[in-house]
Design a protein around this ligand. Structure first.
Ligand SMILES: *Cc1c(COP(=O)(O)O)cnc(C)c1O
Length: 437
């Protein structure tokens, strides 16, 4: 039986947040963590294990944030922790090559054959901004096409209708991004090939790259519609435009080979992050050898990093990728659809309008009465209903993402029992929502 609500008053989190807010802008190091769009005080976390996180006041939650995607094997799996500790004893950073980098790079190329060359960086942001630079160098063109609601990290060129954090905070573009930089970023609509072909035709010979999340995860989860990705591939090939798949979320999550393997599309370049670091800071970009061989020191496109290929981070990434298995994806898909159906049922029972988008272990319940297939339809969602739902879930021991426009992440550590408890909590939280709308 669920005792609800059982959450202890987060006294310590409140105190810590007040102190942190005097030191860190907004009290956090990444905006969505501040709970601005759902209200209340962000919980300060003291520890995490498997599918569970615990806050500094001793509240425990089934976690669906999972560090925003990296933790496909759950929090702190024992083997990973051991491997990290052993690596640390051998040295924390060398600033020189180690065999770990090409081992992990080789594994990435085996899983994603389009990645003929791989360069490691320290975040998804770095991966995307570097991939863009090399695409511009390769084509000798400056303009790019991105999709409304897709997020590719916080580099200037991408902070135009960038989804998630930016959507939640209502900042469609950020101050501080030079107008001249934003002017080279053209916007298309996700799942709308016509919007892309119109831009390609109008800007013939000026577009360096199309960058896309092949499974969009930063406006909430929005899967690609039939033919969208293959249509992009055709358009890019026809116009000699570099097709960049940003698989920072979908890589190693949608399948071991990412979205590109599921949909059978070979992008020219791919950006990776999140899972590739096993919970440590790693990003990577790579793809066609003729493009990537422009990157220094093989070529003239400059890109570097003091901690790139860090031995502890590479060790964690190797552990994470070596533990991907068909069984993992089968379980993730099973629990993803169980969660999606459970959330939809809970909404029906409470007579709340809900659209649940799901793809394998990625799920987003949109509080909306119309299907969500792009950014405009995502923005129809009732964010205050989501906030009520979020607080209701938290009070019943479940920690969903603190924003309507983020995907819920399942991991290998989430069991049927966790998902059933989550659905039971959702049935009650949906009643909270029904009372308030
Ligand atoms: C998270 C994310 C990024 C940025 O990665 P960081 O490691 O946060 O810099 C880029 N692209 C996508 C699709 C992401 O989800």
């Amino acid at each position: 039986m669920l005792r609800a609500p059982f959450m202890k008053n987060p006294e310590r989190s409140k105190k810590l947040f007040a102190r942190a807010s005097q030191i860190l802008p907004g009290g956090v190091d990444s905006p969505v963590r501040a709970f601005r769009s759902v209200g209340g005080t962000p919980l300060f976390i003291s520890r995490a294990s498997g599918a569970t996180i615990e806050d500094v006041d001793g509240n425990r939650f089934i976690d669906y944030v999972m560090s925003w995607g990296p933790l496909v094997h759950g929090h702190a799996p024992r083997g990973l922790v051991k491997a990290i500790a052993a690596a640390a004893r051998r040295g924390t950073s060398f600033g020189a090559p180690s065999p770990l980098e090409h081992r992990l790079g080789g594994l990435v190329r085996t899983l994603m054959p389009s990645m003929e060359r791989v360069r490691f960086v320290s975040s998804g942001t770095e991966a995307a901004m570097s991939a863009l630079r090399v695409a511009r160098a390769f084509t000798g063109r400056d303009r790019i096409i991105k999709f409304e609601g897709c997020y590719h990290g916080h580099a200037d060129a991408f902070l135009v209708k960038a989804g998630s954090g930016a959507t939640t905070l209502g900042i469609p573009t950020s101050p501080g991004v030079p107008a001249a930089v934003a002017a080279d970023t053209l916007l298309a609509r996700y799942n709308d090939l016509a919007s892309v072909s119109a831009l390609c035709a109008a800007q013939a010979g000026r577009i360096a790259a199309v960058i896309v999340e092949p499974i969009a995860g930063n406006m909430g989860l929005v899967p690609p519609s039939d033919g969208f990705l293959s249509g992009l591939r055709d358009l890019c090939s026809r116009h000699a435009v570099v097709l960049i798949f940003d698989e920072v979320i979908s890589g190693f999550r949608a399948s071991a080979g990412g979205a590109q393997s599921i949909f059978g599309i070979r992008p020219d370049l791919t950006c990776l992050g999140k899972i590739i670091g096993g919970g440590l800071p790693v990003g990577a970009y790579g793809g066609r050898a003729d493009i990537m061989d422009l990157v220094a020191p093989a070529g003239a496109v400059y890109q570097a990093g003091t901690l790139s290929g860090n031995p502890i981070a590479m060790t964690a990434g190797l552990w994470a990728l070596e533990h991907l298995s068909p069984r993992l994806y089968k379980n993730l898909a099973h629990r993803g659809s169980m969660l999606a159906e459970g959330l939809a049922d809970a909404a029906r029972a409470a007579k709340v309008s809900l659209q649940v988008n799901a793809f394998g272990s990625l799920v987003t319940p949109f509080f909306s009465s119309s299907p969500v297939r792009d950014y405009a339809s995502a923005l129809n969602a009732n964010t205050s209903a989501y906030a009520t739902f979020f607080r209701g879930m938290l009070a019943r021991g479940v920690y969903p993402p603190p924003s309507q426009f983020e995907a819920w992440f399942l991991s290998a550590a989430h069991t049927d029992r966790h998902v059933k408890k989550t659905i039971a909590a959702a049935r009650l939280a949906m009643k909270d929502v029904a009372r308030t709308i």
